[in-house]
Structures are given as C-alpha cells and as structure tokens.
Design a protein around this ligand. Structure first.
Ligand code: ASP
Ligand code: MG
Length: 403
C-alpha cells in the first residue's frame, strides 16, 4: 500500500518524540508499504516564530511571515529524515516547493491550486521514504514560499494523498480517534470505528477539534480515506473517516458535540416589514460575521423578535453592525452564557423520533431550550451554559452511545 502519514506538532514536539515517529514509520515501511510522511512544526514553534515577528512589527509583511513560519516544518522534516537515515533507511526530506505544492498568492492563508507530484513519485519509485514539510507551498505567480493557514499540515497530507491516490492518509495526533463525545465531559464516551465525512465535518465545526475542517472537506472532495489515530499509542486502530457508502452499519446518532464559543444576540420589537431580515443579515455578512442559528418569533402589532447566534470572537464587530439598527428595534441584547449542544448522525435521515428524544431528554433534566435548528444529519440546541455538561451526558446516554 501507499500510505501518507501526517504527524502533528505534539507528535514531533521533542527530539525523543521525533525518534518515536521514526520508529512508527520504520515499522510501516518494514511491513512493505510505501510511505510519505508529512510533518508539522514542533509544538509551540509556529507561535514562537510569530511572536518573534511581532516583536519587530505589529503588521509584519505576510510574505516574510511565510518565509519565517515555513522554517518550522522544514526543521522537523529534516530531523526526521536524519533519524530514519541513521537507522539504515533511504529517505529524503522535501520542502513544500520540492513536493510540488503550488498555491495562490494569499500569504499566510494560501490555497493549494495544484500539485506536481513528479518529485514525490520519483522518490517513492526509488524506494525512499519521503518526509514532507507540511503547511507550505510555493506561489504560482511570484514563486515565493507560502503557508496554508494555521493547522495547514493536515491539508498538505490530504492533498498529497488525493493527488497521488494513496490508499490511506493517517493523521497522527495525541488522541487515538474520534469519540462519541468529549471524554473529558463524559468518561463513558466511546471511540468510533468509522464515521462519514459529513458527520466528521459537523462534529469538527461543533468543537471536536481533532482534524482541521478544510482538510476533511478536501478529503471528501478527493475521496481520501482518512484515519485519525495517536502517535503515542500507535497500536490502537483509530477512527476511519470515509464515504457514507463505505459505512455498512449506520448509527442513528454518532456523536454529541458541544460548542461553547457562541453568543446569542436578541433583537426585540423589530419592525416587521418585508426585507428586514435580509437587511440585517446582509449587514452582518458584509462584516464577515458568521451567523449560525436564527429564530424569528412573531410579536404583536407589526413587531417581531429575532434571535441569532454568532461566534464569541465576532462580538465587537456585531455590536458595531447592531448600532445601525438601533432605530429598527425596541431592544437589542447579548447573552454570552449560552452554549450549543448538537446531535450528529447520518442515520437521522431515515429514522424518526430522533429530535423528539433530544427534547424530552433535556426536558427531563429541566433544561430549557432557547433555540433549535436542524439539518439532515444534525440537531442543534442552544441552552444555558451551566447545563452544558449535564446535557451532553444525558443525551449521550439517551442515544445509547455508551453501550
Ligand atoms: N505549524 C502550523 C501551525 O501550528 C501548521 C500545523 O501545525 O499544521 O498552525
Ligand atoms: Mg498543528
């Protein structure tokens, strides 16, 4: 098999850990597989380099920032290559440029436009283990080094796996897979064997931050089988993230996610005229504010109430936009003591009663639901933050996820 392996910052965080990663790669190579390993910078390194840049300038030139940040991944790729070489393995490290990763010119958040896999293919056919510096490429127009945005090494690995049609892309982090919910909240959480791309995207965007979202989207697009597993317990199988069709036994509910990063905006007594929602939400969109859940309730005498949620980080920007609608509403307020609990599962498409079970479970715990939204594979509910853990545990057991 041809395997692309990706090792995150924690997995290569010290010299001993780099040696540990070399041992994992060695074992896979000895089993007869071809290996391309993509590495992150040692944990904390990218932040440290960014701080260095900011010690000289509040607004460092993004092009120079990329030159700086890309060095972190090059360090680990070279060290890993040297470690494997010392054990008698034929290896070569490659920068993003050498690996053929071509990007647009949006420095510090570049998008991969193309991959020229010729160097990679040549090295593999020569029997080498290839170690690629993740998170970086070269700009098509200006021929400069670029980086792909924070967490971008996952993207490097998935894109390479897609283009060279690897059999699998294994993402090694410090957790051994995707769980039915956060084990720190519910110790009875179980590791999933398989999960579909869409479920993973929902769980990830809801706060289960094991894989970078863009990389899961890319895996879906390029049809790459992803495995989430740990470099600290490489003997544990991990979770396969794949096409829904590849999952025979579809769980009705696969997981419960918790997002504490939302705040609720309430607009009361808004003049109910055609186009009002459009005006408000266009203004928010223009300010790049990601509105998530929206409810509109009918008030009396031509007035309506609007409730919606936004990421906490957009709060200040949202206040500025809301100031423009002072005349349109009787009152505008903010609630930052809420959270969003979500139930995710592809089996919901074909089963009824999933939502009602969620509502009755929370009702039994005396938890009031402020906003509800649903999609084909997800039910989200806004509740008071103080009930977050209770709600997650109650729902986890209501759907038998601990069994
Ligand atoms: N080193 C980069 C970061 O910290 C890329 C990565 O780790 O994937 O964001
Ligand atoms: Mg990372």
């Amino acid at each position: 098999m041809l395997k692309v392996l990706k090792f995150g910052g924690t997995s290569v965080g010290t010299l001993e850990r780099i040696q540990n990663v070399a041992n994992i790669i060695k074992k896979i190579k000895d089993e007869g597989h071809d290996v391309i390993a993509v590495v992150s910078a040692m944990s904390g390194e990218t932040n440290k380099l960014l701080e260095y840049a900011h010690s000289f300038s509040k607004t460092p030139n993004p092009c120079e920032v990329d030159m700086l940040l890309s060095s972190g991944e090059r360090v680990t790729s070279a060290l890993l290559s040297i470690a494997l070489n010392e054990q008698g393995y034929s290896t070569t490290s490659m920068s993003g440029r050498e690996a053929g990763i071509i990007t647009d010119s949006l420095h510090t958040k570049a998008r991969i436009e193309d991959i020229d896999p010729s160097n990679l293919k040549k090295a593999i056919s020569d029997g080498k283990i290839v170690i690629v510096a993740g998170f970086q490429g070269v700009t098509q127009d200006t021929n400069r080094v670029s980086t792909l945005g924070r967490g971008g090494s996952d993207l490097t690995a998935v894109a390479i796996a897609g283009v060279i049609e690897a059999d699998v892309c294994e993402i090694y982090t410090d957790v051994d897979g995707i769980y039915t919910t956060d084990p720190r909240i519910e110790p009875k959480a179980k590791k999933l064997d398989k999960i579909s791309y869409d479920e993973m995207l929902e769980l990830a965007s809801l706060g289960a931050k094991v894989l970078q979202n863009r990389s899961v989207e890319m895996a879906k697009k390029l049809n790459v089988n992803l495995i989430s597993r740990s470099s600290f317990t490489p003997e544990v199988e991990g979770t396969l993230i794949t096409k829904e069709e590849n999952i025979m036994e579809k769980a009705i509910v696969s997981g419960i996610a918790l997002d504490r990063d939302q705040i609720r905006v309430g607009m009361y007594g808004v003049i109910d005229r055609p186009g009002i929602a459009s005006t408000i939400f266009t203004a928010l969109a223009d300010a790049n504010i990601n509105v998530d859940m929206i409810v509109q309730t009918r008030g009396g005498d031509g007035k309506t109430d609007l409730d919606f949620t936004i990421p906490r980080g957009d709060w200040e920007a949202c206040k500025k936009v809301m100031a423009r609608f002072k005349e349109e509403a009787e009152k505008i307020d903010y609630n930052d003591t809420i959270c969003k609990v979500s139930i995710v599962g592809v089996g919901m498409k074909t089963h009824t009663g999933v939502a009602s079970k969620a509502f009755s479970t929370l009702a039994n715990e005396n938890i009031n639901i402020r906003i509800i939204s649903t999609s084909e594979i997800k039910i989200s509910m806004i509740i008071e933050e103080k009930y977050a853990e209770l709600a997650v545990r109650a729902l986890h057991s209501a759907y038998n996820l601990d069994k």
